[in-house]
Write a protein that binds this ligand. Structure first.
Ligand SMILES: NC(=O)c1ccc[n+]([C@@H]2O[C@H](COP(=O)([O-])OP(=O)(O)OC[C@H]3O[C@@H](n4cnc5c(N)ncnc54)[C@H](O)[C@@H]3O)[C@@H](O)[C@H]2O)c1
Ligand SMILES: [Fe+2]
Length: 411
């Protein structure tokens, strides 16, 4: 895969845009983008995945394996005061490991908090990082471990392959089943001064271990289980639809879709159902094992800027847009979308209908207006979205007017 970076830090893969929006923002969109079944691809997985009941008990031995004696646990405020942190603390203390805790990561972490954590890592003599939480703490931890090792500020690491040396070794422990950040080469940050979300993209920041323990997710409230689960579904759906997919990512994406179809309702309705929680943790991880090499689609192209402009929580934004995006795309590639609805266990309906029905069952009925998004804001959001290569990966070309239509469907 070729890569080039943009001055604005929006990460793009794959060279020239396939279509460009005209001045009116309109493009010829009735045809699918061409697919190349022989497109060269490279699939790498530097992260070892440890999965299963009470996997967190293995944390001390995993840290020893990567030579970490004095880790910093990076998490958010709510988790720092939760039974999840207590469990991690007891595992580390029982093994006699001296550790620090940074519990100040906010949702949609800023470049500023990353620099703060990198300073603590350096000044505290930490030799490794444990990223504990949802995508926000895991991304902050990934970025800070690169900042601490390189001495660079987070903003200097933004873009494609800007991480100049190996970061401090890291174990990622997801406590939501959604982002899959534990296995991705991305750290998504909020650049407050620019008012945009930016990405550090580098294979180097992929954690050494992803530790998937379903018992750490049972405290996730229903609305977060539902919305983060829809994020996982979106990664799988958009990856499977991506014109940059490959035979390996396709298999992973379809399996992730089937796991979401099987387990997301149960995990939301029955928080202590460990089998459902494990199914969703696997789904979110597997979805990103697919998407890590393919990029995503229009739902993410729009949900990411909405997180920066109106603080629409990532999974909520994606859930609002995914059904509409499937409807937009499936007319140009009905077979591919049919395979997805079959994988969801909903062969009798279109993927757009299956996604909308799932959102309804999960009680995900938020609209853009609930977050103060106004029609006048669309142009700004769409201008940011059009810079993302998630637009280029989408199977149906889309111009500014098409993205505005998708936003209007979520209004
Ligand atoms: N790096 C990547 O590849 C990637 C992919 C997708 C999204 N993201 C980013 O991830 C972030 C979103 O992550 P997220 O959706 O996981 O949300 P999050 O990490 O922001 O957490 C959301 C809320 O859930 C709470 N929470 C987390 N685990 C819990 C648990 N077990 N019990 C109770 N409460 C819990 C947190 O305290 C927080 O209040 C966004 O910044 C998004 O851009 C990154
Ligand atoms: Fe996402």
């Amino acid at each position: 895969m070729t890569a080039n970076d943009q001055d604005d830090g929006v990460v793009r893969l794959g060279g020239k845009p396939v279509v460009a929006a005209g001045e009116s923002g309109s493009v010829e969109t009735r045809e699918a983008r061409p697919r190349d079944a022989l497109r060269p691809a490279r699939y790498v997985l530097p992260t070892a995945i440890v999965y299963g009941s009470d996997a967190v008990g293995q944390l001390p031995s995993l840290l020893a394996e990567i030579g970490v004696e004095h880790p910093l646990v990076v998490t958010d405020r709510a988790l720092a005061a939760s039974s999840v942190m207590l469990r991690v603390a007891s595992v580390l203390s029982s093994a006699g490991i001296r550790y620090g805790v940074f519990g100040g990561v906010q949702p949609d972490p800023t470049t500023g908090v990353v620099d703060e954590i990198a300073g603590i890592l350096r000044n505290g003599g930490h030799d490794g990082v444990v990223g504990l939480g949802g995508g926000s703490p895991m991304d902050a931890a990934k970025a800070a471990s690169a900042g601490a090792a390189s001495g660079l500020a987070a903003r200097d690491l933004v873009g494609q392959d800007k991480v100049p040396c190996d970061p401090l070794p890291m174990v990622a422990i997801p406590t939501t089943a959604g982002t899959g950040s534990e296995v991705t080469r991305f750290a998504v940050l909020n650049d407050e001064s620019a008012g945009t979300k930016v990405s550090i993209a580098s294979l180097r920041i992929m954690p050494r271990f992803a530790l998937l323990d379903p018992s750490l997710t049972t405290g996730l409230p229903a609305h977060l289980t539902a919305s983060t689960g829809m994020d996982a579904l979106a990664h799988a759906v958009e990856s499977y639809g991506s014109v940059w997919n490959n035979p390996i990512s396709e298999g992973l994406a379809l399996h992730a879709i089937s796991l979401v179809g099987e387990y997301l309702r149960a995990a939301t309705e029955h928080p202590d159902d460990l089998v459902a929680r494990a199914g969703m943790l696997a789904a979110s991880c597997i979805a990103e094992l697919a998407a890590n090499t393919t990029r995503l689609g229009l739902a993410h192209a729009l949900a990411v800027p909405l997180g920066a402009t109106h603080h629409v929580p990532h999974g909520v934004g994606v859930a609002m847009l995914l059904g509409a995006m499937c409807g937009y795309n499936e007319v140009v590639d009905p077979l591919r979308y049919r395979r997805m609805s079959e994988a969801m266990g909903k062969a009798e309906v279109s993927m757009a209908e299956a996604v909308k029905a799932l959102c309804k069952d999960l009680g995900l009925n938020a609209r853009l207006r609930d977050f103060g998004v106004d029609k006048q804001d669309y142009r700004r959001v769409v201008a940011m979205a059009m810079k993302s290569d998630n637009v280029l990966a989408n199977p149906r070309p889309a111009g500014a007017e098409d993205l505005i239509d998708l936003l209007a469907q979520a209004q």
